[in-house]
Design a protein around this ligand. Structure first.
Ligand SMILES: [Fe+2]
Length: 405
């Protein structure tokens, strides 16, 4: 049964609850076809499947996508299957830095893969961590400890509660809040995919976004915030996300289009648009010209991530409950292609205004953080002015220039 718009398709889905697979072959101008379908299915039919594809895809490509989705259930079962060994599952040492004591016993894995593995208890439930324990482990090259699988949920809830408490602690200065956000960001990028946005991850993400908005509302010095964020102790991708939000905020203020709602939407986009590209080599790529020479040297998986991250991250984030409208379409289009593939400079009239605003800020920041440009704002503005000469980009470039001069 074919329908010509999202609203007609939703009427059909309401009438026929037995439909379990929907295909979206085209984004209809004037609506967010696939995003609207996704929001409906996520809230009303969480077990159904939506496939979006290009009209040029072959039948094999469509079937491949279908197979991928069917074999990837959206619940904890997949996580357990992928990560559980002998009744234990690993937890990153990074997570322990959020805790003063562990809510459950923690174990060291002994033995090599393929041999008989043993798990030795290293930390007792509710005992304070021995001083320097995490540092000692890291110096020995350990990245993970292990918990019994039945305790995973308790452990993750405890970590997320601690992160939320740290983010919402009253009377913190900007440095302390940014530090708390940086930790929360590590947790979000490490566990969003593994846990499929379970309630713990969602709580940390929502609190992260609220904290971001509250900092933007209360801190007035752009220079001070930039200084606090550009530091070696924060990861490059965290700096990129944060600075992109700062630039967007100032463009919106300059153009008098700021609202908390709009900023919330942009913060979600900045947080998830480059998920999976956290390594330095991948994160700063921002054009096909930079991507092409890498085709011969990058592992195929990394190359695929770079080419398809906009599309894949939009598809992945569709599982998130109650996203602000347009988040998915901006993520899909944030490198200039409505299909979310590659990096395209040529102007496409299908790209909406807030995506152009996001592209301006995000591209500027990727140059800004690149060692080659050494924070040279004027030179960067010149380069992106040449890359994006279209009239529709001008207000955003001018607003950016006015604020950072
Ligand atoms: Fe990106």
């Amino acid at each position: 049964m074919v329908r010509d718009s999202a609203s007609q398709a939703l009427q059909l889905l309401d009438l026929l609850p037995q439909i379990t697979i929907s295909l979206c072959i085209k984004e209809i101008p004037g609506e967010n076809t696939s995003a609207d379908l996704r929001s409906y299915l996520v809230s009303k039919r969480p077990t159904s499947i939506l496939i979006t594809y290009n009209v040029s895809d072959t039948v094999e490509q469509i079937l491949h996508q279908l197979g991928e989705k069917i074999s990837k259930p959206l619940d904890h079962a997949q996580f357990q299957k992928d990560h559980v060994e002998g009744g234990y599952t690993s937890v990153s040492l990074k997570l322990l830095t959020h805790l003063e004591e562990s809510p459950c016993d923690l174990f060291l894995k002994m033995g090599k893969e393929g041999e008989d593995l043993k798990y030795l208890k290293r930390v007792n439930k509710l005992d304070p961590f021995p001083p320097n324990m995490i540092k000692d482990f890291e110096e020995r090259g350990l990245k993970d400890l292990f918990v019994e699988i039945n305790n995973l949920e308790l452990f993750m809830t405890c970590v997320s509660n601690n992160l939320v408490a740290e983010l919402t602690k009253p009377d913190q200065n900007a440095d302390q809040l940014i530090e708390a956000q940086s930790k929360a960001y590590d947790y979000i990028i490490n566990f969003s995919e593994a846990l499929n946005f379970d309630k713990n991850v969602v709580e940390v993400v929502d609190t992260f976004v609220e904290t971001q908005i509250s900092i933007l509302k209360t801190q007035t010095s752009l220079a001070k915030l930039i200084q606090a964020v550009v530091s070696k102790k924060h990861s490059l991708s965290f700096q990129g996300l944060y600075l992109t939000c700062l630039m967007i905020h100032h463009i919106c203020r300059q153009l008098k289009v700021f609202s908390e709602q709009r900023m919330t939407k942009f913060t979600f986009v900045a947080l998830f648009c480059d998920l999976g590209l956290e390594s330095k080599d991948l994160y700063l790529i921002k054009s096909n010209a930079e991507l092409l020479p890498l085709a011969a040297v990058l592992p195929p998986a990394d190359l695929d991530k770079l080419k398809n991250h906009a599309r894949k991250n939009a598809d992945f984030l569709a599982q998130y409950p109650e996203l602000p409208i347009e988040v998915l379409s901006i993520i899909r289009q944030h490198h200039g292609n409505p299909e979310g593939v590659g990096f395209i400079d040529e102007h496409n009239p299908m790209i909406n205004e807030d995506t152009l605003l996001f592209m301006t800020a995000n591209t500027f920041i990727k140059y800004f953080l690149h060692p080659q440009y050494k924070f040279d704002k004027k030179e960067i503005l010149r380069i992106i002015g040449e890359r994006f000469p279209h009239e529709r980009m001008k207000p955003y470039l001018e607003a950016l220039a006015a604020k950072i001069d």
